[in-house]
Write a protein that binds this ligand. Structure first.
Ligand code: NDP
Length: 240
C-alpha cells in the first residue's frame, strides 16, 4: 500500500519537483498550494497529481485542508513543509506586514501542518516530516531579516520536534537549499544573481530536482535512524 504524502506549496518550483519525485517512488501524493489556481490546474492536469488549496499560514484553513486530504486519501504519513515566500527589504524599510507574512507563511505553517498531522502519525507509529529551510536561515542574508529568522526558526523547530517524535517512529529533518532556479530566485535582480552564483563552488544555480532527491532519501521507510538532521544542498556554498 502506498504511503500518503502531502507537499505544501507543491504546485510550482521545488515543491512540484518533490511531488513528481515522490510520485515516481510510488507515494500517493497531494500537492497543496495557496492562491495560484492557474499554475495548480496546469500542474495537476500535466502530472495527474491531485491538488489541495488552503493557506498554510492559517491554522483553521490547514485543519480543514488536512481533514479533507485524510478523508480522500487517508491520514498523511509523509509531510513536506515546503511552502514559502519572500518579502525582502532592509529592516528600516520593512513593514510589520512584510515581517509577519514571511514568519506566518514560512515558519507558522510548519506548526500548523505538523500540529494537524502529528496525532495520526503518533497513533500509527510512523511518520516522516521534512521541513525546507534555507542557506539564508543558516548564514543570514542582507535584506532578509524576516526570511532568515523564519528559516532559522525552522531549523530549531526541526530538532525539537525530532526529539518529540523519536520514540514514536516519526522522523523530522530539514533540508537547507542553496540558490535553486525557481520563480523565487528568478525574481532576484540579474546583477545580484551574478554575484550569488560567483560564490557557489559548483558554479551554477541548483535545480529543483536536486532538492527533491534529498527529500526522497529522508522520507524512505528505511531512513528511520536519520532524525533532527539538516541536509545542506547548495553546491558547496555552506563551506564559505
Ligand atoms: P516558489 O515561489 O516557486 O513556489 C512557492 C510555492 O509555495 C507555491 O506552490 C505557492 O503556491 C506556495 N505557497 C506560498 N504561500 C502559500 C500559502 N500561504 N499557502 C499555501 N501555499 C503557499 O518557491 P520555491 O520553489 O523557490 O521555494 C520552495 C521552498 O524552498 C520555500 O520554502 C523557499 O523558501 C525554499 N527555498 C528556496 C530557495 C530557492 O533558491 N528557490 C532557496 C532556499 C530555500 P501558489 O502557487 O498558490 O502561490
Amino acid at each position: 500500500m502506498s504511503r500518503v504524502a502531502l507537499v505544501s506549496g507543491g504546485t510550482r518550483g521545488i515543491g512540484a519537483a518533490i511531488c513528481l519525485a515522490l510520485k515516481k517512488e510510488g507515494y500517493d501524493v497531494v500537492a497543496n498550494y495557496g492562491g495560484n489556481d492557474e499554475a495548480a490546474e496546469a500542474f495537476s492536469k500535466e502530472t495527474g497529481i491531485p491538488v489541495a488549496k488552503f493557506d498554510v499560514s492559517d491554522f483553521e484553513a490547514v485543519k480543514a485542508g488536512i481533514e479533507k486530504v485524510a478523508q480522500e486519501h487517508g491520514p498523511v504519513e509523509v509531510l513536506v513543509n515546503n511552502a514559502g515566500i519572500t518579502r525582502d527589504s532592509t529592516i528600516q524599510k520593512m513593514s510589520a506586514d512584510q515581517w509577519q507574512a514571511v514568519i506566518d507563511t514560512n515558519l507558522g505553517s510548519c506548526f500548523n501542518l505538523c500540529r494537524c498531522v502529528i496525532e495520526s502519525m503518533r497513533e500509527k507509529g510512523f511518520g516522516r516530516i521534512v521541513n525546507i529551510g534555507s542557506i539564508n536561515g543558516q548564514a543570514g542574508q542582507y535584506g532578509q531579516v524576516n526570511y532568515a529568522a523564519a528559516k532559522s526558526g525552522i531549523h530549531g523547530f526541526t530538532k525539537a520536534l525530532a526529539q518529540e517524535g523519536a520514540g514514536k517512529g516519526i522522523t523530522v529533518n530539514a533540508i537547507a537549499p542553496g540558490y535553486i532556479e525557481t520563480d523565487m530566485v528568478r525574481s532576484v535582480p540579474e546583477n545580484v544573481l551574478e554575484k550569488i552564483v560567483a560564490r557557489i563552488p559548483v558554479g551554477r544555480l541548483g535545480q529543483a530536482e536536486e532538492i527533491a532527491r534529498g527529500v526522497v532519501f529522508l522520507v524512505a521507510d528505511d531512513a528511520g535512524f536519520i532524525t533532527g538532521s539538516t541536509l545542506s544542498i547548495n553546491g558547496g556554498q555552506h563551506m564559505y
